[in-house]
Design a protein around this ligand. Structure first.
Ligand code: SUG
Length: 421
């Protein structure tokens, strides 16, 4: 058992966008996914946008990690679905989805200072609500077990059993005085019955909290606002994000907004809420621009920066609120737009693309950590192997399968991770 040390830091593990990235309209309740269904996709541009975001954060924070695309097409799923070319295209596309790029859904992570055995616990998300996402977790777990294979410092669990849907860190927030101090973990679940699926089940959240050995006095369970889910907030991280003492949230994120603040404050009295009122940014505009699907980072200077999608700067309402916020003396001192448009068109903003792990970087398998040279290597491999464009009619073809498989293997080899092949 190890006590938390000063070397604990937050590492963002971004998902490298896989070579089969495409728009198949697979996610009911995800407005962007539905509205871009059938569009051509640009996997090379998508993956390069992701690397550019990682490079920016590496420069800002000095540390950055990544997780690799999962094997696609998934032959086991294709077989299980009896795909023979006569099936509906969406069923076929499920076996090709590059959805593991959204690593906020890879796992729920409880850092060592929060857990009873003082190890960092990771539970891969079962993602059972969506077929194309439910196939991810066994391969995700294999990867996590390598990246965080140091069992003195990490515990990697199995996913929560079905039918309790678990969507991982996208429905989980952590408040703390510093990343290395014991934190308060907030699990946000939805109740079924609305027009769109509530993907995070309360019992899944409670199960993860127990499995991770969290202190009940520092664990809070909160219900998502059913109206937010109905408006397209299929994950809580579409309408709220936390970092340090700060909860940055839309005023309509939770079923009982004031009750949520009170419950968090009871466990974490230092809470600072930065709330965006509906009069400034409507729920619909927040979901369209992904203002809250932002990375709220503590910079080495101690200031907080919000990494938002470019779409925020193009919205008069959102940017107007941002400028007003920056003019006040609040905890968020910088707002930095990034271009992740290819991911955004499937409902994945800057926060969806990263999994936060508070740990000592020295305990992580270095093959999953980025530096400038490795960012160059990622870019060169993507530029050489990722398809430029995928049209819906390409999905299911042998030609595309060969190119997607070869592209991923080239990346694994470049990173000395062929064991994941
Ligand atoms: O699960 N989109 C993903 C987006 C995940 C966003 N993650 C977070 N909010 N943390 C999803 O809905 C679309 C795939 C398609 O339609 O082809 C998709 O899976």
């Amino acid at each position: 058992m190890e006590q938390s040390g000063t070397s604990l830091t937050e590492i963002n593990f971004d998902g490298v966008v896989g070579p089969s990235h495409n728009y198949a309209g697979l996610s009911l309740g995800n407005i962007a996914s539905a509205s871009h269904a059938g569009d051509p996709s640009y996997p090379r541009a998508a993956a390069l946008q992701g690397v550019a975001k990682m490079r920016g954060n590496l420069a800002r924070l000095g540390v950055q990690g990544f997780l690799l695309p999962l094997p696609r097409p998934n032959h086991a799923l294709a077989q299980a679905l009896a795909l023979d070319g006569t099936e509906p295209p969406q069923l076929r596309a499920a076996a090709w989805s590059a959805s593991s790029m959204w690593t906020a859904n890879a796992a729920t992570v409880s850092p060592a200072p929060d857990t009873v055995d003082r190890r960092c616990h990771l539970t891969p998300a079962n993602l059972v609500t969506m077929l194309h996402r439910a196939q991810e977790w066994p391969d995700t777990k294999r990867q996590l077990a390598i990246a965080f294979g140091d069992t003195k410092h990490f515990a990697v669990h199995d996913a929560v059993p079905p039918t309790f849907g678990d969507e991982g860190a996208a429905n989980h927030m952590r408040l703390c005085e510093s990343h290395a101090a014991p934190g308060v973990e907030v699990f946000v679940y939805g109740r079924p019955g609305g027009r769109f699926p509530a993907r995070q089940h309360e019992q899944a959240s409670r199960l993860v909290a127990r499995a991770h050995g969290l202190d009940p006095a520092r664990t809070v369970f909160i219900e998502q606002n059913p109206e937010a889910i109905a408006a397209g907030a299929f994950h809580n991280d579409v309408v709220a994000v936390a970092n340090g003492r700060v909860l940055f949230t839309h005023a309509e994120a939770f079923a009982d907004q004031q009750g949520a603040y009170d419950a968090i404050r009871a466990a974490f009295p230092a809470l600072e809420v930065v709330e965006v009122p509906s009069s400034a940014v409507s729920l619909q505009e927040a979901i369209r621009t992904y203002l809250f699907n932002a990375q709220l980072l503590t910079l080495p200077s101690g200031e907080m920066a919000l990494i938002v999608p470019e779409e925020c700067r193009e919205s008069a309402a959102v940017w107007g609120w941002v400028e007003n916020m920056l003019a006040t003396n609040g905890p968020i001192r910088q707002v930095i737009p990034v271009d992740v448009r290819q991911s955004m068109a499937n409902g994945g903003g800057p926060a969806c693309l990263r999994l936060r792990v508070v740990c000592d970087p020295a305990h992580v398998d270095p093959r999953f950590l980025l530096n400038e040279a490795k960012a160059d290597l990622l870019e060169a491999t993507i530029a050489a192997h990722w398809p430029l464009q995928i049209d819906p009619s390409d999905i299911g073809t042998r030609v595309l399968a060969d190119s997607v498989i070869a592209a991923r293997l080239a990346l694994l080899e470049a990173l000395d991770l062929a064991q994941l092949g």
